[in-house]
Unconditional design. Structure first.
Length: 767
């Protein structure tokens, strides 16, 4: 089956056609006024149009209609947000900034589930069900959102228990790839003071790539998730919320496709992106996560005192990961990770509407992480049969912070806000590497030597030089103290337009490299970005200036929001693949990110609503002298003046940074008498060409692509039931989401692929 690589369908042409076809039904402006969107981006319930931040809010109904099942799906609808599966861990980017492939990284994009910080990349795989909304806050969010939200924050808000008994059941099935999803949510009062909500999900996906090497389809997914939320009105002044959730994911295989095998002979007739994969391993992974949130809201003289206690943990186990992703039996990896986190936040929020409104609070978090990787390399013709790398890694972190933010309402039209957060963090890390073969031990730790075995000694020397391996045991501690201020001015130009200007800072804590195969990085001098000891890396910092406007138009039937931004990053943390086993971590240097974001809504007629967003992004490395070089000889690259074998990317763009991205949605309701309705949704999502690999290999530049999703439903007028057809990627676009080198192959490359076209049947019943 051949799939379309690119198309030229323009989102605006679809919008014009839809409006033209439905404009005859225009009602009065008053009856078409848009419903207010309420967000908690500043820890208060506020209208989205009053918040001086570039924010996108996607409601639960929209996620249901669009079939948004995870953060990867969501990112298609929010320009300047990119979420993709990586080679080892998921990757989250806002405005082109994210964290790379290393288990030691905190995330540049902070994810918060009902206020609980999820700073590890694997936590983004957690439960994504029965959500009231998701708020996407772009730019540093360092005052009110936990820690380490240097690029932006994703705030997931669960649906809350209701006073009245209600429920929803949905079932969908996609026949071509055998995808089935079942969701149920039940909510209501148990007593006069206690309300509860239960949500369940069960989802299966058949594989959409065929692995002809082991004769099976990949990647098959089996996901289960459950959440229980209880709200207790303990008194007139105290509300207690308890949330318990668990998710489990079993996955069989990955969606890598090899595009070039480099120096290795090719046994396949075609290496194009043709719904085929050639991994020689039967890869399997499992992920389990648990979360507990306890929140107390106490009304105190018009103020609200909130205490939020959180527990988050996950367990990850992956077997037979094909490290070279190719048909040749070369590298096989087993990976396990255990993580636990507890946190406590206390904040006092003033009543609001006063001359000075304020929030003050304190935050504490402690976490423990254990990661182990066992890699096996087939070494034919040498001593022993296999080379085995054992790489355990441990990291502990303790963080506490105090913060305050105050808004001075100078007049009805003018407001000034200032905030400050002081953070202290302590981390400890340990990394060990031991190298074995079936014929003996290659290292020299614990008094063991290979000097008495010449063949093993020669093999050890060859592997160290050729595969960049060096057995070691490293441990270290880090202490950080950081101040992150912010300042903004808001001015109501008139009753329909609010203008704002803001200055904000952010930071992402340093840590320890979990996967480097060396104790030091070659000849790169200490003091040079990326030089010296590569076990520890420093914190990353950012400064942002943003100018914005939020406007109500056409007598309240339309809204348009705009933001101009410029961010300077220093000591950026990067992960560079060494072409063999490791992703080396270093502080790269500096980058400047600037751009424009527009989003809006328009209720064109009583039955037609249009929403859209557009983003322009300009990412430039202003100082990056030690990047990983592309292996493609036709890709322009400047050798690093500091480190032989690396490249100077100063002046170049970054990975996952499309210059333009856009989203346009149309929602239409057509009455069929008094009993039925025909509901249609059309979504057009565009991302410009961009590199998917960190070495800027031109072969892994994803071309500009427009993906079209649609939903057509027959529903009862009282919204008790609906039956729908749901189509995703209807033009069957082939899209790379992540690119990497093929390990030990010279110029080989491999890419992760987005899903092909799917069409599902869905039924929903509300009660």
């Amino acid at each position: 089956m051949k799939r379309v690589l690119q198309n030229s369908i323009h989102p605006l042409s679809i919008a014009v056609a839809l409006v033209a076809g439905n404009y005859a039904g225009i009602a009065t402006a008053e009856s078409l006024a848009l419903e207010e969107i309420v967000v908690t981006a500043q820890k208060r319930a506020e209208s989205l149009q009053d918040v001086p931040i570039s924010v996108n809010a996607v409601g639960g109904d929209k996620m249901d209609d669009a079939g948004i099942e995870n953060l990867k799906d969501l990112s298609a609808y929010v320009p300047n947000l990119k979420v993709t599966e990586g080679g080892l861990v998921p990757q989250l980017y806002i405005r082109g900034v994210g964290s790379g492939q290393n288990q030691g990284f905190e995330q540049s994009v902070g994810t918060y589930s009902d206020g609980i910080y999820a700073g590890r990349s694997l936590q983004s795989r957690g439960a994504f069900l029965d959500l009231e909304r998701v708020e996407v806050l772009r730019g540093p969010q360092s005052i009110l959102f936990g820690k380490n939200s240097i690029a932006g924050a994703l705030s997931l808000v669960s649906a809350k228990p209701t006073e009245e008994f209600e429920g929803k059941v949905s079932l969908s099935h996609e026949p071509e790839y055998d995808q089935t999803e079942f969701n149920v949510a039940v909510s209501g009062a148990i007593t006069d003071s206690l309300r509860a909500r239960l949500a369940l999900r069960d989802r299966q996906e058949g594989g959409y790539l065929e692995n002809d090497n082991i004769n099976k389809s990949v990647s098959e997914v089996d996901e289960r998730a459950a959440r229980t939320t209880l709200v207790w009105d303990a008194s007139n002044d105290l509300e207690v919320t308890l949330k318990l959730e668990r998710s489990e994911i079993e996955q069989d295989g990955r969606t890598f496709q090899v595009e070039s095998m480099g120096v290795y002979p090719v046994a396949m007739d075609d290496l194009s992106l043709d719904d085929k994969t050639w991994s020689n391993e039967d890869n399997r992974l499992s992920f389990e996560s648990d979360g507990v949130m306890l929140k107390l809201d106490y009304t105190l003289g018009g103020h609200t005192l909130t205490a939020v206690s959180g527990y988050s943990a996950y367990s990850y186990d992956e077997k037979d990961y094909d490290g070279d992703t190719a048909y040749i039996p070369l590298i096989s990896m087993d990976m396990q990770e255990e993580f636990e986190q507890v946190s406590q936040e206390i904040r006092l929020v003033s009543p609001g509407g006063e001359t000075v409104d304020y929030i003050v609070g304190a935050f504490y978090q402690a976490s423990e992480q254990e990661y182990r990787e066992d890699a096996t390399l087939v070494v034919n013709g040498l001593v022993g049969t296999d080379l085995i790398l054992a790489r355990p890694f441990e990291q502990e972190s303790d963080t506490w912070a105090v913060f305050a933010q105050a808004t001075w309402n100078l007049s009805e039209a003018l407001r000034v806000t200032a905030g400050l957060r002081y953070t202290e963090e302590e981390k400890e890390g340990l990394r060990v590497q031991d190298t074995f073969t079936t014929g003996g031990y290659l290292g020299t730790l614990d008094g063991v030597s290979v000097s008495d075995t010449p063949a093993l000694a020669a093999l050890a020397a060859g592997l160290t030089a050729g595969f960049n391996l060096q057995d070691h045991e490293l441990d270290d501690k880090r202490d950080e103290e950081v101040l992150t201020p912010s300042f903004s001015v808001q001015y109501d130009f008139n009753e329909d337009t609010m203008l704002y200007a803001s200055y904000s800072t952010g930071y992402k804590s340093g840590g320890f490299d979990a996967r480097n195969t060396n104790a030091i990085m070659g000849t790169l001098p200490s003091g040079v970005p990326g030089g010296g000891d590569v076990f520890s890396f420093d914190e990353e910092e950012a400064e942002t200036i943003e100018l914005g406007a939020k406007m109500s138009l056409l007598d309240g039937t339309a809204e348009l929001n705009a933001a101009l931004f410029l961010t300077d990053y220093t000591d950026m943390q990067v992960s560079v693949f060494d072409g063999a086993f490791g992703f080396s971590v270093a502080n790269a240097g500096e980058a400047r990110v600037q751009g424009l974001e527009l989003d809006g809504r328009w209720r064109a007629t009583e039955n037609l609503t249009l929403t859209g967003a557009l983003a322009y992004l300009d990412f430039e490395w202003t100082d990056y002298p030690a990047a990983g070089c592309p292996t493609d000889t036709n890709t322009p690259a400047t050798p690093s003046p500091l480190y032989a074998g690396n490249c100077d990317f100063t002046g170049k763009e970054g990975e996952q940074t499309p210059e333009w991205s856009a989203s346009l949605s149309a929602q239409h309701v057509y009455p069929l008498g008094d009993t039925f309705e025909l509901r249609s949704n059309l979504d057009v999502n565009f991302k410009d060409n961009h590199f998917t690999s960190g070495d800027m290999d031109r072969r892994q530049e994803q071309g500009g692509a427009t993906r079209i999703n649609a939903r057509l439903a027959l529903a009862s007028s009282d919204d008790r039931w609906q039956v729908a057809l749901v189509g995703k990627n209807l033009t069957d676009q082939v899209v790379r989401t992540f690119g990497s080198k093929v390990s030990l192959s010279g110029s080989g490359i491999t890419s992760l692929m987005a899903p092909p076209r799917t069409v599902a049947v869905e039924g929903i019943f509300n009660f």
